[in-house]
Ligand binder design. Structure first.
Ligand code: HDD
Length: 682
């Protein structure tokens, strides 16, 4: 589908079409267009002689290859992207004049790149890390970039500290260990000595940082931005993406195993969903605060380590993004895309959040080196879909051929064009916020409460979510070599919840803090994944099956699972056709060697020939592991025996029975629940 896709009404897709090249069926040439007669042997003086300098074809091919790599992103190096469109449900005219937010039903092309922060470009994907969630809206007024994360707060309050944060989390410089992991001394040393990290760390250690899928994560603009309407009135705004499939996570043991079994787990999931036509959907929400309410909250609304609890400031859903097209070339599109929080359109403006202000510098700066000069806006993926004209000229790899002698303003030779636009013609005019103050290097006192919202987060977690946080603390700090760091962190988090810190201390065998705790009793149900949407769509079900299974019955269950939007995939002891009773056959896509329970959401044990001891053993291991990861398990017919032998019958989230409709309904309901956390697992 992706290779010969038609150009639809999507203006970005139409633009990209001019740059797409299909080499299939064509003659091979040099980059100068010269037809090549031979591409296997370099030009030599005699068949056993030295290669000749004049072999321009060899030189060109090798030189190009030698320069294929560009520097990876200093953060967010490992990423994956897709195209799509944003559709507006409800006009935001009252708050913003941004054209793409005016007319319900209007559609805007988008490109999204998801990423992990700390790991290198080739690192595994299901590591514990924040996920980047960057969206480029190709609007008719220019590109608008919402460069967010899957967590609504950040580690630090001032961009000045970003290099320190990243130095601390990246592999330690003396030995380049560990890759794509925060479980090491320098990161936790940074945390303990920069206590503004407290709230973000609670999120970092929660299930949010091991998402099941990019399709099952929320996204957040993090900062407070400003909407400005036609009359010049401003409102504070925070942006949200809410996945239609709900917010779901892996369990830590599973996440670590996936990194070995399938380091491409997340990109594969996104790529396949789009290829299958199961287009990921995210609703777009805004939280809005009137300017006169700026100081009404018990936190500073400009502090990027704070959320606006949804129960206090509701999220208004105003549109939906659908990702419906994979890229044609990952380097050309996903690698070369350049996001910038400073790419805004009229009606969207900044606030004085000191983290945001610093970001406005960093992105162009890093892209100048990463993309090799100032012309990266001309790369197909970065071009706006509206015309762009100015007096900027030249530089590495300039593609535009600007005609005429004039490249300055003001001029008379080109009638003073390109000309600036008045505000009513769409010219961007910065919000005229009144600013005054002394020049100081300081932090506002209103940014000093680092623990209240960390406790709010803790209070909002379910029992199992709390257990996961304690386990995550114990894992991460358990990997630190310095006892003093473990102790500092545990003492710091006693300010969030004393009992939590004491349990972590006990796990680490260090001194338990005696004092601490917080007076915050408030909780925010919206923060718990337990309250998220439940939806069985596109869930992958491993079907364990061998020859001799109950042909008709099992076949009808597989057909029903498929028709209800789930994805049953056959796992057997060998590839090829598996034959059931009545001669019914299904094809095994996986064996126990190529598949593993960690790569599936659920298991259906259909079994077959009970005397197949090898199958029985492998299937037992498979279901035991799935059970330990709290996954739904279903069994019918002979499969029930496997559950029985493994002592799994009638356990929470385990469904069995031979009445197809009842079984199917219960099994799908168990799958919708995602995981069965109250299960008794050792
Ligand atoms: Fe950043 C990349 C998100 C703080 C400096 N950032 C980058 C990407 C995302 C974010 C999603 C990857 C974009 C892509 O896919 O190409 N960054 C955030 C969020 C932050 C944040 C949500 C806090 C709210 N970042 C932040 C600060 C600075 C940077 C404070 C520096 C002052 N970020 C960068 C960067 C990157 C980047 C070094 C690396 C690659 C790039 O920009 O293009 O400039």
């Amino acid at each position: 589908m992706s290779k010969d896709r038609k150009v639809d009404g999507n203006s970005k897709n139409k633009q990209l079409e001019q740059f797409r090249v299909d080499d299939r069926g064509k003659k091979m040439t040099t980059n100068q267009g010269l037809k090549i007669s031979e591409d296997e042997f370099s030009l030599k003086s005699g068949v056993r002689g030295p290669t000749l300098m004049e072999d321009f074809h060899f030189r060109e091919k090798m030189t190009h290859f030698d320069h294929e790599r560009i520097p990876e992103r200093i953060v967010h190096a490992r990423g994956y992207g897709a195209h799509g469109e944003f559709e507006l449900y409800e006009s935001m005219e009252k708050y913003t004049k941004a054209k793409f937010l005016q007319k319900p039903g209007s559609k805007t092309p988008v490109f999204v790149r998801y990423s992990t922060v700390a790991g290198s470009k080739g690192s595994a994907e299901t590591v514990r890390d924040v996920r980047g969630f960057a969206t480029k809206f190709y609007t008719e007024e220019g590109n608008y970039d919402l460069v967010g994360n899957n967590i609504p707060v950040f580690f630090i309050q001032d961009a000045m500290k970003f290099p320190d944060l990243i130095h601390a989390v990246k592999p330690e410089p003396h030995n380049e260990i560990p890759q794509a992991a925060s479980a090491h001394d320098t990161f936790w040393d940074f945390v303990a000595n920069n206590q503004e990290t407290a709230h973000m760390i609670m999120w970092h250690l929660s299930d949010r940082t091991i998402p099941r899928s990019f399709r099952m994560m929320e996204g957040f603009g993090v900062h407070t931005f400003r909407f400005v309407n036609e009359n010049g009135n401003g409102h504070f705004v925070k942006f949200h993406w809410k996945p239609k499939l709900g917010v779901h996570s892996l369990v830590w043991d599973e996440a670590q195993k996936i990194n070995g079994k399938d380091p491409d787990f997340h990109r594969k999931d996104l790529y396949k969903a789009i290829e299958n036509g199961d287009y990921p959907e995210f609703e777009f929400g805004v939280q809005i605060i009137d300017e006169e309410d700026e100081f009404k909250f018990d936190f500073d609304i400009l502090d990027p380590t704070k959320i606006w609890p949804e129960e206090d400031v509701p999220v208004k859903i105003i549109g939906k993004m659908t990702l419906n097209r994979n890229v044609d070339n990952v380097f050309a599109e996903t690698e070369q895309v350049a996001f910038h929080p400073g790419s805004v359109v009229p009606g969207i403006d900044f606030t004085n959040d000191p983290l945001l202000q610093g970001r406005l510098f960093s992105y162009t700066d890093t892209q100048l080196i990463r993309l090799g000069g100032p012309n990266f806006h001309e790369l197909p993926i970065n071009r706006p879909v509206c015309p762009f004209h100015n007096n900027q000229r030249d530089g590495y790899s300039r593609q535009t051929i600007n005609k005429g002698p004039v490249s300055y303003h003001n001029n008379s030779l080109a009638s003073n064009t390109p000309e600036t636009s008045r505000e009513d013609e769409g010219g961007y005019v910065h919000y005229q916020e009144k600013v005054e103050g002394r020049k100081v290097r300081a932090r506002s006192d209103s940014f000093l409460d680092h623990f209240s919202q960390a406790t709010l987060f803790w209070n909002s977690m379910s029992t199992s979510e709390k257990e996961h946080i304690i386990d995550a603390f114990s894992f991460e700090l358990g990997k630190c070599k310095e006892k003093s760091i473990q102790q500092q962190v545990v003492d710091m988090f006693a300010n969030v919840n004393l009992e939590m810190a004491q349990q972590v201390a006990a796990n680490l065998g260090i001194t338990a803090p005696e004092h601490g705790g917080s007076s915050v009793t408030k909780s925010s149900p919206a923060l718990s994944q337990e309250n998220t949407r439940k939806n069985p769509d596109t869930r992958k079900v491993a079907v364990l099956i061998t020859d001799g299974y109950s042909g008709k019955e099992v076949h009808s269950i597989l057909t029903d699972l498929d028709s209800k939007g789930l994805q049953p995939e056959i796992v057997s002891d060998k590839l090829g056709m598996v034959t059931g009773t009545e001669g019914i056959q299904v094809e095994a896509q996986h064996t126990f060697l190529t598949a593993d329970s960690v790569l599936f959401d659920a298991v259906y044990v259909a079994t077959g020939d009970a005397s197949n001891q090898k199958f029985f053993e492998k299937a037992s291991y498979f279901v035991q592991e799935a059970f330990s990861h709290f996954k739904p398990i279903g069994a019918t017919h002979d499969g029930v025996k496997i559950l029985q032998e493994n002592n799994l019958l009638n356990r929470l989230g385990v469904v069995s029975g031979d009445t197809p409709e009842i079984f199917l309904n219960e099994f799908i309901e168990a799958i919708s629940d995602h995981r069965h956390w109250d299960r008794d697992v050792i």
